[in-house]
Every structure is written in C-alpha cells, then in structure tokens.
Design a protein around this ligand. Structure first.
Ligand SMILES: [Zn+2]
Ligand SMILES: [Zn+2]
Length: 374
C-alpha cells in the first residue's frame, strides 16, 4: 500500500474541523476537476481527493481511519502500508509547484515528522480480549535546550549566506544550447536555509534529541497477527512546526496451546474415548470464556464438528463475535488389561465381527485373491 495519507491529500491537519475538511475538499476538487485541469494526472488527483473526503467527512469512517490508517474494509487489516515521510512537502509541490522539474521548495515550510513503526508481541488471549498497555519507543523529540533551533542559548540560527535562506542554489552552466540554470540543494546549509554559528551543546545543533517516550496504547479486542494500529501523531516531531508523524504498532500474536484461530472463529480438537463416542456423554470443553458443557450424542464419529455459537473472537471492528468449532477425535486405547481385552472380544463377537487375525482368511489375502481374479 503506498496510498497517501488522507489528511495529507486534503492538506489539512489531523485536528481539522469538519468545516476545514469541507473547504479543503471544495478547493482541491475544483483545482483537479478533469473538466478544468488539463494536467495529465489531474484525474488521478481528483479521485484521490474525493476518496479522502469520503472517509474524512464520515464520522465513523474517519474514526476508523484515525485508529487504523489505510485498511481495506474487505480484507481485514493491511500488513504493510508504511508510508515513511508524510508529506507536507508533497502537498506543497502539488499545490504550488505545478509538477515542474525545478519547483521551489521553501526550506522553512512546515513538514510532517516521520512515521514510526513498533512491533508488539501479544499472547493469544490479549489479542482476543484487547488490553491497555504502555510501550516505550525511542524517538526524536524537539531539543528543549534550544527549542529545536539548534543554536546555543542567546544565539539564533542565521540565514545561510550562500543561498540567502532559500536552501537552494542556482548553478549556471554554459552549454552549446545556451545557458542552463540548475537548481541544487545548498551545500552550506543542507537545504535548511539556515546556518548555526554557535551550536546548542545538548543536541549538537540538530535541534532534536533521541528520547525514550512512554505511550499508552489501547489494543482493540480481536486484533489479529500482522494487523496494525495507528496511533495518531505519536511519530517523530514535525519540522518547522509541521505536524508529528504517526506511530504504527504492528502486532505479532503468539499461538495458543489448543485454540487455533481463523478470522474470528476458533478451532480446537476434543479427544474423547470410543466408549464416550459410542454411548454418548456430556463433556466439558474449554472456551475463551471458560468451560462449557457439550453433549456428545451416541454414535459420534471421529472428525465430527460441533459449533458453539459466539464463543469465538470479538470482531475487531465491533461486528459481533465468531464461533468456536470443536472437532472430535476418538482415542483408541493402547494399553489394555486382560479384562478389557476379553470384553472387547466379547463385544466383537456379539456384534458379529471376528477380529481379522482370527478369520480363516485375512483381509489382505482376500484382496490379493481379488486382484488375481481367482
Ligand atoms: Zn538543542
Ligand atoms: Zn544555504
């Protein structure tokens, strides 16, 4: 998934009001309307804007998007979908640049911070029931000593004397076709447009420091292996006052001793004796919600499935609960006492079944004969 963030598409902040979202949509849909805009990709942009608006203007869809990011509603959660740099930069280029090759980029423009990814391993039960937990992530924070400027206290970053603050330099080149002007990132300030004479000693001029930050994460009940949760604005801080990136928590769910998961349903095997299977019985079966009694009817075969309705996993989107499926496995006894052996013998005789070994002609001999055509 390399879809752009919906907020980014509309050029609004995460905290934008409905009105602001609507306004942004109106403006952009007009700008990219295929009847008006004849740029080759206007059509794609128009669709993108429309899709973003459809989600962000709908309270429920928006809430879901804020929590989980881009997901395919038909297919559970996306596994990947990691977008790296969010892009105020992208917005600026699509708004003002007109898609040209040498667009001007304001180095002082606000840019969104980078997204972060964190992998969390959960027990089977925690994934089923959800929980609130605290995680600690290393991330960059604005340096408090210099308030992010990177300059020593009492001093200020100065405008770069090479590029005069634009972050870019024009490089003129004479060619047989005339003079060509190329725009390059300023080497003196690395495109920031500023130079720091006296660097802040805490952050060495970076304006940012690495810190371990504790974040409260609410894991929704029913989350599955490989799914991810978006924690809005808990990524790295924005640049030049831009919004923070997002934190994506990717879940790895451990397997269970006897439950196996398939979507919202759980499966388990239940061993019963052949006497229970033949005579019927009431047995206790474990479920995620405690033990329940299950009636095994007389004459149950191995492989028979029973379904316990709504004893499965809560749907992560809140659409009810799955079922539990129990598959019967009949255990054949391995160590028989003399008495048991005798009883089984008697049982076979009464049933008109003579054990093969005692038959005059073995089953295999019969088969052989059949093949030979005797
Ligand atoms: Zn600093
Ligand atoms: Zn410069």
């Amino acid at each position: 998934m390399d879809k752009r963030d919906y907020y980014e598409v509309l050029g609004v902040s995460k905290g934008a009001t409905k009105d602001e979202i609507k306004k942004a949509y109106r403006k952009l849909s007009k700008m990219y309307h295929p009847d008006i805009n004849k740029e080759p990709d206007a059509d794609v942009k128009f669709k993108e804007v429309k899709e973003a608006y459809e989600v962000l203007s709908d309270d429920q869809k928006k809430a879901h998007y804020d929590q989980f990011g881009h997901t395919d509603p038909n297919q559970g959660f996306g596994g990947g979908g990691f977008e790296g740099f969010g892009g105020f930069e992208d917005i600026f280029s699509s708004f003002f640049g007109g898609g040209g090759g040498s667009r001007r980029r304001d180095p002082n423009a606000p840019r969104q911070g980078a997204d972060l990814q964190y992998t969390m391993t959960l027990s089977f039960e925690d994934a089923v029931f959800g929980k609130e937990t605290e995680i600690e992530i290393p991330r960059e924070e604005t340096c408090e000593t210099c308030n992010g400027s990177g300059a020593k206290s009492g001093t200020k970053p100065e405008t770069c004397n090479q590029c005069h603050g634009s972050g870019q330099l024009n490089v003129e080149q004479n060619t047989p076709f005339g003079k060509i002007v190329n725009r390059r990132v300023c080497h003196n300030c690395n495109g920031t447009g500023k130079q720091i004479k006296h660097k802040c000693s805490t952050c060495s001029g970076a304006g940012k420091v690495k810190k371990r930050k504790k974040i409260q994460v609410k894991i929704p009940a029913g989350i599955d292996d490989g799914q991810q949760l978006r924690v809005s604005a808990q990524g790295e801080p924005g640049i030049n006052g831009g919004p923070s990136g997002d934190l994506y928590v990717v879940f790895h769910v451990r397997s269970h001793e006897f439950f196996e998961r398939d979507g919202d349903d759980v499966y388990c095997e239940m061993p019963i004796t052949f006497v229970q299977a033949a005579l019927g019985d009431e047995v206790e079966v474990p479920t995620l919600y405690g033990k329940v009694k299950l009636k095994v009817p007389a004459g149950t075969q191995t492989g028979t499935k029973f379904r316990l309705k709504e004893k499965g996993i809560p749907n992560v989107r809140g659409y009810g609960k799955g079922d539990q499926h129990i598959i019967v496995r009949i255990i054949t006894p391995t160590k028989l006492s003399e008495k048991q052996r005798q009883l089984l013998h008697d049982f076979a005789e009464v049933s008109g079944q003579v054990p093969q070994g005692e038959q005059e002609e073995s089953f295999f001999a019969k088969v052989k004969r059949a093949f030979k055509g005797d």
